[in-house]
Ligand binder design. Structure first.
Ligand code: NOJ
Length: 554
């Protein structure tokens, strides 16, 4: 069995350079600042950093509008700083994956500038053009309500160009072999500088056919295989983690039936149904989503997440389900975005209720996949709804109760620090939480430690256990003769259940991994138990035997 798939049991932490830590007092986070915070991240237990885009950019979409793929934006430092940083990460045993944003460039990119100026430029065909406004120009916007169209007229080019996202993000013509070769070159460049892989932005759009006559885009899956082949030739353990909000029936196309396309994908299906479960206390649809996304090749892995840098997209839920999540977590219009999602951070959505935060995180850490944490969520940061669109959840990291939350010495941080009230940096900050053994930060550290001690979750096969209570979700993982059972009570009241761990005549005790409250089987080999409101349990089946069995298996 291949054991080197490091991503199967990684703990990934996502951050944006701009708002993490500013070392030089210009109000913008930078690589030197981030480097100084590696001890913090290492202490928290994370094993892989996912950096949002940091290449040269006009920053009209938080860096997802790249103007030079081979450079670091000067606000964040230099290429030299980047290499120092990846080296320091290596010293801390932390891998780095970076955003690869190649569905589109910034309209300021020299390729687009050359393409628009001269129809004979070799770069003209790097983008997607039309002589006349295509009939479907008003369809397919990714940011409805903010983005008006997917085709915009360019005076200089005297033509219309295609942009799946904002109009300052012209789509690359990814079917063009010259563009494909350049994409590989970009990956090769960053691999050479020390990264362990890529979070590939907007994958379904990268591989889609594009053009004025394309009414139903088709996906060119062969491209994913060529990306995979390339990165693995350059670095055997390189990872492709796809952002692809797709339907379960297409999962295997993205992983590759033989595991020869993307190594990992974010599980949007489970993410949305998880929020529905938290909103409604009904675990049924979440179980359906878990089972629907179960099939994957051996090397394939899900990324499990709660919130990320975008809105919580609820587009895959039914209308009543979506409404239930809106009602519970984002009732006000100002909290919603793009007619389909909620733009708030996790802690305000859950009213900073520690029981619910722990439940949500405990679920995330024990669902099938690799956990991906959003910076600041480990201390329960809030949001600033006065900021436009998704910026509300991208405010500076709250390090301490010093001015500007210790993020910068400048009085004008790139985005305002959250101050005052329940979520202000005066009350919510890493320094204070570090000193408090019961803080969210220290709880997160402990749960990460336990997740690492349960490799069954990353590697194993899961089964949904019957609990006779739709509000209690129980999963069992098995790997190499070891079993882990996790139980979560979604409801706001205590629930009594009888758990059949279903281990073929197994009458083992369940050893509680988070407290001394173990469970002995009754005469029928079952485990009656009471879970408090929003309670959760992590058990190892068979208890101490496990260490024995594990060493035998190794
Ligand atoms: C997906 C990213 O997650 C989002 O933040 C960005 O705006 C779009 N892709 C466009 O690049």
């Amino acid at each position: 069995m291949i054991e080197d798939l490091w991503y199967k049991n990684a703990v990934i932490y996502n951050l944006s350079l701009a708002t993490f830590m500013d070392s030089d007092g210009d109000g913008v986070g930078d690589f030197k600042g981030l480097q100084r915070r590696l001890d913090y991240l290492h202490g928290l237990g994370i094993t892989c950093l996912w950096l949002g885009p940091f290449q040269t950019s006009p920053m009209k979409d938080d860096g997802y509008d790249v103007a030079d793929y081979y450079n670091v934006d000067p606000r964040y430092g230099t290429l030299g700083d980047f290499v120092e940083f990846t080296h320091a990460c290596k010293q801390h045993g932390i891998r780095v994956i970076i955003d690869l944003v190649v569905n589109h460039t910034s309209d300021q990119h020299p390729w687009f500038q050359a393409a628009r100026k001269d129809p004979d430029s070799p770069y003209r065909d790097w983008y997607v053009w039309a002589d006349r406004k295509p009939a479907n120009a008003d369809e397919g916007m990714v940011f409805p309500g903010v983005q008006k169209t997917t085709w915009t007229h360019d005076r200089e080019a005297k033509a219309w160009y295609f942009h799946r996202f904002y109009k300052f993000q012209p789509d690359l013509n990814t079917s063009n072999p010259a563009v494909q070769a350049e994409l590989l070159k970009i990956m090769g460049f960053w691999i050479q500088l020390g990264v362990s892989g890529f979070r590939m932005d907007a994958v379904p759009f990268i591989i889609a056919t594009k053009g004025p006559d394309v009414t139903t885009p088709t996906e060119q899956f062969g491209m994913l295989r060529s990306f995979r082949e390339f990165v693995q030739w350059r670095r055997g353990d390189a990872l492709l983690l796809a952002e692809a909000n797709i339907l379960p029936e297409d999962d295997l196309e993205y992983f590759g039936h033989d595991g020869d396309r993307c190594h990992m994908m974010f599980n949007f299906q489970v993410n949305q149904h998880l929020f529905y479960a938290l909103a409604s206390a009904d675990g049924g649809p979440l179980i359906d989503a878990l089972l629907a996304t179960k099939p994957r090749p051996h090397s394939g892995q899900w990324g499990s997440f709660l919130r990320n840098h975008d809105e919580l997209d609820l587009g895959r839920l039914t209308e009543p389900q979506r409404q239930a999540v809106f009602d519970a977590f984002g009732p006000d219009k100002s909290m919603q975005l793009y007619d389909r999602g909620i733009r708030r951070r996790l802690a305000p959505m859950l009213n900073a209720d520690r029981r619910r935060l722990e439940l949500a995180y405990s679920l995330m850490f024990t669902l099938p996949g690799t956990p991906v944490i959003r910076y600041g969520d480990e201390i329960g940061m809030g949001d600033d709804l006065s900021l436009p669109e998704r910026n509300c959840a991208r405010t500076p990291m709250q390090w301490s109760d010093e001015p500007q939350a210790g993020f910068t010495k400048s009085d004008t941080p790139i985005l305002p620090v959250i101050s005052g009230g329940v979520f202000g940096y005066e009350r919510v900050n890493a320094a204070a939480q570090r000193r408090d053994p019961e803080s969210m930060l220290n709880w997160t550290e402990r749960i990460i430690r336990m997740r690492k001690e349960c490799p069954e979750i990353g590697w194993g096969d899961f089964r949904v256990l019957k609990t006779t209570c739709p509000e209690v979700l129980a999963l069992r993982y098995d790997w190499r003769n070891n079993g882990v059972v996790v139980v979560h009570n979604l409801s706001d009241g205590p629930r009594e259940i009888t758990l059949d761990v279903d281990g073929e005549g197994e009458t083992s005790r369940l050893v509680n991994l988070l407290s001394n409250d173990h469970s002995e089987p009754d005469s029928k080999g079952r485990h009656p138990m009471v879970l408090e409101a929003y309670g959760y349990r992590w058990f190892r089946v068979g208890g101490l035997d496990y260490l024995m069995k594990r060493s035998e298996a190794l």
